[in-house]
Write a protein that binds this ligand. Structure first.
Ligand code: GLA
Length: 679
């Protein structure tokens, strides 16, 4: 059932729960601990296919019935997963052709999870069958909070089923091989296709792939997995279940799905987010995840998993302390999450992820980790009124928009660019980080969206753009918008065919510039620009064609030539950053630009003190979230009530690591470093 804006009635707290790994006496203990911590939601059955259907068509639900009854009696709701991310061993034996094949031709075998070829008819049929079975049995259960279809779609198959399905997708996109050959520039390296059967997934080959082939395969995979999701969704709906249906996206590394179309297909958008930095950049990434997911969802959303206790970076797991656990949880909620859910409730004693942190760690409930869980549960109960969304469904207001485009990510990921160090995801994140550091709220937008509410729009390095995208950006500027385009955007069309005659072909007229030469920099080298800015990685020889230069290169071969330009168009302006500003320069650039445009931080003196300030709009009030990442105590003055402590917000002290969620009576806030307040 589509619910807009999504409102579960209370903030959901809990996480993945795998009772099947434990004996029944542990279940009873778990439920008692959940109640102690005010856990109200668990996700069940995510990888339980082999237990639920031990032999084809034979079901064993005694254990699931049992735990659901116990949870329900304790007032704990549940998301029920369809377990299709982990087909059972009997399925592998019966359908060896349904195993995924890697790009190098290796067929994977059972023994982990996600061993399926998504285009295999047997897999698709078995998935719908188990989804239908579960929906018929549990779809009307009063404790059911929603359907968690599959888990983190993203297993890519290069085998024969994928080849067949890819060809069908290509036929429907291009209709004729002539069209496909032209779009893919197959004249290069003797790749012209004379028969559809000659087209394969981009399996390992001798040297470079054709980038148009690679990006179409990405598009195909996103559509193919979406079809698999939609079939399961249809099976659930057909059973009569009206519980909201979602599937969990994944950040930061997953780039297999076109999130805008996927978000439209779900009743509520959910995501799993794993920090990739144990330091302050982890906190900026929480904000990035929150802003992205809220934007995809177009309103409130669900944090389906986050890491408990541990932060896995590279080959080790760092400890996530109590303060950070609480701050991060509130960081997502500040940005519209209706939940704080974790992977997982109880740390596994065995199995592949036995060293993954959990709300109940191996040490048990007598632990700092579990005390934190109890504290978090109590905070979430105190602030639960924030769950009521505003009538327009927009939990956060922003004046700045960043274009998000999965296809842009895929295009920029293709190899052999002028500088392969360029990463779309890094560019988006670095830009978002600058705005986060300036305390400015950000939305992400999709090409074609209504931009009338935004005063600034940023196109991060977006190699491929369509003519429609360029026209959309132009009309935004003409009607008064301020646009910033970062280097290497609009160079090519959606098939990675360069617009010749000077870069960036798609946006040349709008930007009033012509780049004739891209000049990458060696790693570690930086360039000096005017006004004290520095840049790295990328530079361009830019000629002005109507724009004026705001900042010139100061050194090297480009000295005295334009680095940052501005073109007044209609009632707005289009700015071009032809080089990659270092993070510090980028921070300064965007902070100054926002100040010039009158785009204010949520609370002007918060960010310099290390306090993240986010305003979450609610049905009856607005809530100011203050998350203290800094190192000095801060005194707050303003009118409102801090829901965390229940005290008046005026005179509230935030020590490093503290959080406050203030029901605002006015929007005037001042934050002062404590010793300077008393000085
Ligand atoms: C993902 C999965 C979980 C678990 C965690 C931790 O988000 O959804 O099942 O594997 O990662 O690794």
């Amino acid at each position: 059932m589509t619910q807009h804006p999504y409102n579960p009635g209370r903030l959901l707290f809990g996480g993945d729960y795998n009772p099947e790994q434990w004996s029944k006496d542990v279940w009873a203990k778990d439920i008692a601990l959940m109640r102690r911590a005010a856990v109200n939601t668990v996700s069940l059955g995510i990888f339980s296919w082999a237990l639920l259907e031990p032999r084809e068509g034979e079901y064993d639900v005694e254990w699931l019935d049992g735990i659901i009854a116990m949870l329900h009696e304790a007032g704990i709701g549940f998301f029920l997963a369809t377990p299709t991310a982990s087909p059972p061993p009997w399925f592998t034996r019966a359908h060896p052709d349904a195993m995924p094949v890697r790009a190098d031709g290796t067929t994977l075998t059972h023994g982990s999870r996600d061993t399926y070829a998504v285009s295999s008819p047997a897999y698709r049929e078995a998935s719908q069958r188990i989804a239908r079975f579960l929906a018929e049995r549990y779809g009307a259960h009063p404790g059911l909070r929603g359907w968690h279809v599959h888990n983190e779609y993203g297993t890519i198959d290069y085998g024969p089923h994928a080849a067949d399905a890819f060809r069908r997708w290509l036929r429907s996109k291009y209709e004729t091989l002539d069209e496909l050959n032209a779009a893919w520039t197959t004249a290069f390296w003797s790749q012209s296709y004379g028969e559809w059967e000659d087209i394969l997934p981009p399996r390992d080959t001798q040297y470079l792939h054709n980038p148009a082939h690679v990006v179409d395969f990405k598009r195909f995979n996103s559509d193919e997995m979406l079809a698999a999701f939609t079939e399961q969704k249809a099976a659930i709906v057909a059973s009569g279940s009206t519980a909201p249906i979602t599937t969990n996206f994944m950040l930061p590394t997953w780039n297999h799905l076109e999130q805008w179309s996927w978000s439209e297909a779900q009743d509520v958008v959910s995501i799993d987010h794993y920090l990739d930095d144990p330091g302050i950049d982890g906190d900026t990434h929480v904000a990035y995840c929150g802003d992205l997911t809220r934007s995809w969802a177009g309103g409130p959303w669900l944090l389906m998993e986050q890491n408990a206790i541990g932060i896995r970076v590279g080959d080790r797991t760092y400890v996530k302390g109590p303060d950070q656990t609480i701050r991060n949880s509130l960081g997502y909620i500040a940005r519209g999450s209706q939940s704080s859910l974790f992977f997982q409730w109880r740390a596994s004693a065995g199995g592949s992820e036995l060293w993954h942190g959990a709300l109940v760690p191996h040490a048990g409930e007598s632990s700092r980790a579990f005390e934190t869980v109890v504290e978090l549960g109590s905070i979430l109960e105190s602030i639960s009124e924030v769950v009521e969304p505003p009538t327009d469904g927009r939990p956060v207001e922003a004046d700045v928009a960043i274009l998000w485009d999965a296809e842009g990510w895929w295009a920029t990921d293709t190899p052999h660019l002028p500088n392969d160090a360029l990463s779309y995801s890094d560019e988006v994140r670095a830009t978002h980080r600058s705005l986060w550091r300036a305390g400015i709220s950000v939305d992400f937008v999709r090409a074609g969206d209504d931009l009338s509410r935004y005063r600034l729009m940023i196109i991060p390095s977006m190699f491929a753009l369509s003519e429609a995208d360029a026209a959309w950006a132009t009309s935004y500027v003409r009607s008064g918008g301020q646009l910033v385009v970062q280097f290497f955007s609009g160079i090519a069309d959606m098939n990675q065919r360069v617009i010749t005659g000077g870069y960036p072909g798609m946006l040349r007229e709008l930007l009033g510039v012509r780049t004739e030469e891209i000049r990458p920099l060696p790693d570690g080298e930086s360039l000096e620009l005017d006004k004290g800015f520095h840049s790295e990685m990328w530079s361009e020889r830019v000629q002005l064609e109507g724009a004026s230069s705001l900042v010139d290169y100061r050194a090297g071969a480009l000295s005295g030539l334009p680095a940052i330009t501005r073109n007044d168009v209609g009632m707005g302006a289009a700015t071009y950053l032809s080089t990659r500003l270092t993070q510090l320069s980028r921070d300064r650039y965007y902070a100054q630009l926002c100040a010039d445009l009158g785009i204010d931080p949520v609370v002007s003196d918060a960010a310099p003190l290390g306090v993240e300030a986010v305003r979450r709009r609610g049905a009856a009030a607005d809530y100011l979230f203050l998350l203290h990442h800094g190192s000095d105590s801060v005194t707050v003055s303003g009118e409102g009530v801090d829901l965390v402590t229940g005290s008046n917000a005026a005179g509230l002290t935030l020590d490093p690591g503290d959080v406050a969620v203030i029901r605002e009576s006015s929007r005037k806030w001042m934050l002062v470093k404590e010793n300077s307040a008393s000085a």
